[in-house]
Design a protein. Structure first.
Lengths: 871, 235
């Protein structure tokens, strides 16, 4: 804690050190030292006690932070620190030097109203019954600095946490924790399948796979009981940090996170248009059964000249459910109207593979002249996965469409539903990363400083997979488990150089090993213009060189100004402005030819050519030329000794040089906050926030039908230019997304003596609007009169709103016994056009939905009474 | 919504009505420091009439010496001491927050002006001539750097690098009452030993500064106290 500077210790700093030291002692006694944690978990708490620590029987300390000065200290930017809780001096443990204190809060919660509302229980498992609000036990030895502390909370078996920490200040620390946290995805789901939560979804006996009508499916859906969709995160860990030898400090931590449950998922059996009864679009439910193990090791040394830090981070992801098979109730019918010779009744997903991640990093820094410091870092990492691959399909029998002996687009599933159809048995996927980072900073005097940094980073995807079936000599992959080729003749997903029916199929045959190298140069300077005013200037040049992307080089130059003054009419003002410009080399709208079958020997280009990959004027938003400006103003004004008012205004503007693609984004927002703590007994806070954002996108429909140009399938389809025959101006459309978010909060807490009242109100509201415009109806996917009329109506706004009122009354019956009454009342409203019509039925032709979406309106409440005992 | 919930809400809301009644009850035992403790945190440096103070020293000099340098090691030297510190001590003796068989009686008859004037007078006197002090001694080490491993803060943080009071840097942050911190250089070792012992035992705890010293002194062993007292008295 000593702040020695040239053998002279500054009294102010030392005094503050003393104060902090005393405050630190208070923290020890209060029992929470999470602010100093380097390893382990970062968050303990739940909806009942978000901080994981509500010291009901320990009111705020009227002495404030220190016996040395009156009033509360403020942060460097002017915000008040809160009053700390009063020190609990503890009781002796036996005859030794150890002391202890503890507290337990337990009681009963009652949940009423729409207790199953999705947004009410999204991250909290509220349910009526007994709860453990807090169990805290602290043991410490003031003479040796050793301590042991435990705390826990139990709302339910799905919502609880426990943590044990022990150590010796200045020497070592160990921590073990266990936590369950719920995540509700939907409480309004009606999956028709048996086996929800497993890897095999089977239809109920009343439905025939591939042979049921929409009416039959609708009837089953209508009587399907409501399901909750969601998952539970169980996280546990063990960590250590301590001095191993002189100035050498080591840390080691291992955490496991297990996620189990279900999630809404897809299930495409190809498009369900342009005519009824073809294809099938299903909303299924997939299982979640993940385990992620993270291992972190570090060794550091802080010497007089050199600072050293070596770290290893490993992450190991395991998915115990590596596929999802589902039965589809609908029959497929082909688009050419010939008798159906095949019917694909199942779909299959390959779910996330197991993967391993390793990263080693070395940081070195040393002090330089001119009050300078040089920091050099190097790191190497690798991500690998090599799971056994699933067969390309699990269909049986025959797939495809038979038109005539010379137009036989069928294929035997047996050629593809075996791992023998794979070119390699496993993925052998690997991405390596490398990092070199150097930075030098100098402050030759108090008025001026400068820094320079150079950073190089490479991400290299070494995965090379060719989709080749050695059984057939064909390339590619059976698309949509065979359903696509069973609806559209020839669209099976593979290329066959020896079969004229498939020799012109341009399909993906290789993975795209997207990689990049990024080099960043940063130069900056800062001036202390006066005792309380500073100015900082930073210039950054970022050169990104992607591989297998539309550009080989992207340059991003950024200029940033930051001005801070801590005395503008008594206020602290932080003002920053940033301008960036991005450009690069020539833009290639189709760099993906090598990854398609058109690059393979034997490929026969169709007489009319291949349709353009995309419109040439399309610009990917992460690669297009762009100008960006950002501004932010933060004002913090102390009002006397006990209040602070602060306001933030910010805005971002991005303009993209793109005729097609993302064209602009803009965000404007403001916050206003008022904090008041006139005494240790009273605190009050108010908060208002509003943010608006907009995004503009331009696109063009290809001329695929008679009523919008009809070029697809003819010679003009090779023309990629906007305004050409395939992408005529008449087919252009524009989308304008806007969203407004508002939130407000008010908290009040007062200690009346034996009773403390806590009141909190929170509001969040969001309105989203999807606006669009188009040149002619050629831009629309559906151009019949009814669809055109509907398109003129526009989309209804999406709305989301919650109001939450929390009240708490804590009665201190004696110094060791208290009673806490807790209540929450929450209302919410939700409206999303994506779910419109699903309250009537979840089945529309061959489209089957599972989730009806969040409740349109809900009111939920909970009340609880809890007994607090000091142990 | 169930019927039970609104009833519980009514109970919860009704309970707020009795808040004020409950507030009239005596505070719980976890309340703040007793009112007899002087809170010096907002205290500003005092001023007084040194000449008038000099006229009141007839009794004081019997123990503290004609020039404020004590005649015996069990009495503190007053010459050159911080006026605000001296005033606070006199007021504590006067008000009963600090007790001493002699000083309690002597201070009882003083008016507030008397105390300010006396404090101002002694502050103007030249301090006892400086000694050499052993800069390599354990006491010097504790004074300058403390002992972080044992949680002992450096004394100089509040008492100044030269032992003649703190030298605060200008700052807009809330400041400690620097003027109430005593000068320690050259002070009687016997007196210092007793005072540190009193701080450690909590028998001298009449103001907020003393409460800080209670925490500090608890980190000191008897040997530390002896070492510090010896160093300061020889400095």
């Amino acid at each position: 804690m000593l702040a020695l500077k040239q053998n002279r210790t500054t009294p102010t700093v030392l005094t503050l050190s003393l104060l902090l030291g005393l405050c630190g002692m208070q923290d020890v006694l209060a029992g929470d030292t999470s602010d100093t944690m380097r390893v382990g978990d970062t968050q303990f708490g739940n909806a009942l006690d978000p901080l994981g620590w509500t010291p009901m029987l320990q009111p705020a300390d009227p002495d404030g932070m220190s016996l040395l000065h009156a009033g509360m200290l403020r942060t460097p930017t002017g915000n008040l620190y809160p009053y700390p809780p009063m020190v609990n001096a503890g009781k002796p443990v036996g005859q030794g030097d150890w002391l202890y204190n503890g507290e337990i809060e337990f009681g009963y919660l009652h949940v009423g109203g729409d207790r199953n509302a999705e947004y009410f229980r999204q991250y909290a498992d509220w349910r009526s019954g007994p709860v453990l609000g807090l169990l805290a036990l602290n043991f410490w030895n003031p003479k040796t600095g050793e301590y042991v502390e435990f705390r826990g909370n139990h709302l339910s078996a799905d919502d609880q946490f426990y943590r044990l920490r022990a150590g010796q200040y200045g020497s070592y620390r160990i921590e073990a924790f266990y936590r369950d946290m719920p995540h509700t995805v939907s409480t309004n789901a009606y999956p028709i399948w048996n086996g929800v939560g497993t890897t095999n979804l089977t239809l109920p006996p009343s439905l025939v796979p591939g042979g049921s009508t929409p009416a039959q499916v609708a009837a089953v859906s209508a009587v399907t009981p409501e399901h909750n969709i969601g998952l539970k995160r169980t996280r546990e860990g063990l960590s250590y940090e301590g001095v191993v030898y002189q100035n050498w400090i080591a840390s080691a931590g291992i955490t496991n996170e297990k996620r189990t449950g279900t999630r809404l998922w897809g299930g495409s059996m190809f498009f369900n248009y342009s005519f009824p009864d073809n294809g099938g679009i299903l909303e299924t439910v997939r299982p979640i059964d993940f385990r992620t193990t993270d291992i972190n090791l570090s060794l550091r040394n802080v010497g007089k000249v050199w600072h050293f830090l070596a770290t290893y981070n490993g992450s190991f992801f395991r998915n115990h459910k590596d596929y999802l098979d589902f039965q589809s109730p609908f029959a497929l019918s082909n688009v050419v109207g010939v008798p159906q010779v095949a019917n694909i009744t199942t779909g299959q997903f390959s779910l996330e593979p197991n993967n391993d991640y390793h990263n080693v990093r070395l940081d070195l820094s040393r002090e330089l002249k001119w009050n300078g410091q040089l920091t050099v870092a190097g790191a190497w990492g690798t991500m690998r996965q090599n799971d056994a691959l699933l067969p390309p399909t699990n269909c049986t029998g025959t797939g495809g469409v038979y038109i005539s002996p010379t137009a036989n687009y069928t294929f035997p599933c047996a050629n593809w539903n075996t791992t023998a159809a794979l070119s390699e048995p496993s993925a052998n996927a690997r991405i390596d990363t490398g990092l070199l980072d150097a930075r030098a900073t100098f402050h030759p005097n108090q008025a001026f400083g400068w820094h320079a940094g150079l950073r190089w980073y490479r991400e290299d995807d070494k995965t090379r997979y060719l989709a080749y079936n050695p059984l057939t000599g064909q390339y590619g992959f059976i698309s949509e488990n065979g359903s696509q080729g069973t609806v559209v003749p020839g669209q099976t997903g593979f290329f066959d150089p020896n079969n004229p029916l498939y020799a012109s199929n341009s399909v993906p045959v290789r993975n795209v090993p997207v990689s990049y190298t990024d080099a960043v140069l940063e130069l900056g300077a800062d001036w202390q213009l006066s005792h309380k005013t500073s100015l900082g200037v930073t210039y950054t040049y970022d050169r990104n060189e992607p591989k297998y992307r539309e550009r080989n080089r992207v340059d991003d130059q950024r200029f940033k100004l930051a001005w801070v003054s801590r005395d503008v009419v008594g206020a602290t003002i932080r003002l920053s402005w940033e301008y960036a410009r991005r450009d690069g080399d020539q833009y290639n709208y189709d760099p993906y030819v090598p990854f398609y079958s058109q690059s393979l020997p034997g490929f026969v280009t169709p007489a009319v050519g291949l349709p353009a990959y995309t419109v040439a004027d399309m610009r990917m938003y992460d690669l297009s030329n762009r100008t960006e400006s950002k501004a932010r103003l933060i004002v913090t004004h102390p009002l006397g000794e006990s209040a602070t008012i602060s306001a933030t205004f910010y805005g971002n503007r991005d303009n993209y040089d793109a005729l097609i693609g993302r064209q602009s984004t803009r965000t404007t927002g403001a916050t206003l906050q008022w904090d008041w703590q006139p005494s240790p007994k009273t605190t009050m806070n108010g908060y208002l926030g509003v943010e608006g954002s907009r995004m503009g996108i331009a696109n063009v429909n290809d001329a695929d039908s008679v009523d919008n140009g009809k070029i697809y399938g003819s010679i003009g389809q090779t023309n990629p230019n906007l305004g050409g025959p395939f992408y005529p101006y008449a087919n252009q459309w524009w989308e304008y997304d806007s969203e407004t978010n508002r939130n407000a909060g008010l908290t009040f807490s007062h200690d009346f003596g034996r009773v403390r009242a806590d009141l909190s109100y929170n509001y969040t509201g969001s309105v989203g609007h999807v606006g669009y415009n188009y040149a002619t109806i050629g831009a629309l996917a559906f151009r019949d009169a009814a669809s055109v009329a509907a398109s003129n109506q526009g989309f209804p706004d999406d709305k989301y709103r919650t109001n939450t009122l929390d009240m708490g009354l804590s009665f201190r019956v004696t110094s060791n016994v208290g009673v806490r009454l807790y209540g929450r009342y929450e209302t919410g409203a939700f409206s999303d056009w994506h779910y419109l019509g699903l309250n009537n039925t979840l089945v529309y032709d061959h489209r089957l939905y599972t989730d009806k979406g969040g409740q349109l309106h809900y009111n939920a409440s909970l009340v609880g009474v809890m007994l607090n005992l000091k142990l | 919504m169930t019927h039970r919930t609104p009833l519980l809400w009514v109970c919860l809301l009704m309970s707020t009505v009795v808040l004020d009644v409950a507030a009239e009850a005596p505070a719980a035992s976890t309340s703040a420091a007793p009112p007899s403790v002087q809170d010096l945190r907002r205290m500003h440096p005092i001023s007084g009439d040194a000449k008038a103070g000099a006229a009141k020293t007839a009794v004081c000099l019997a123990c503290h010496g004609p020039q404020g340098v004590a005649i015996a090691p069990n009495f503190p030297h007053l010459a050159g001491q911080s006026a605000s510190y001296l005033y606070v001590q006199l007021k504590e003796f006067h008000d009963g927050q600090r007790k001493d068989p002699v000083m309690t009686g002597q201070a009882a008859t003083l008016t507030d002006d008397d105390m300010r004037n006396l404090a101002s007078y002694y502050a103007t006197l030249p301090p006892k001539p400086a000694g050499k002090g052993d800069a390599s001694s354990r006491g010097a080490q504790l004074y300058r750097a403390g002992d972080p491993a044992r949680g002992i803060p450096p004394c100089q943080a509040c008492h100044g690098p030269a032992g003649l009071g703190p030298q605060p840097h200008p700052s807009a942050a809330p400041q400690p009452p620097w003027a109430t911190f005593p000068h320690l250089r050259g002070q009687s070792g016997l007196y210092l030993t007793k005072q540190l012992g009193d701080f450690k035992r909590g028998t001298r705890a009449g103001n907020s500064n003393a409460r800080v010293m209670h925490g500090v002194a608890q980190t000191l062993s008897d040997d530390d106290i002896q070492a510090l007292s010896a160093y300061l008295s020889s400095w």
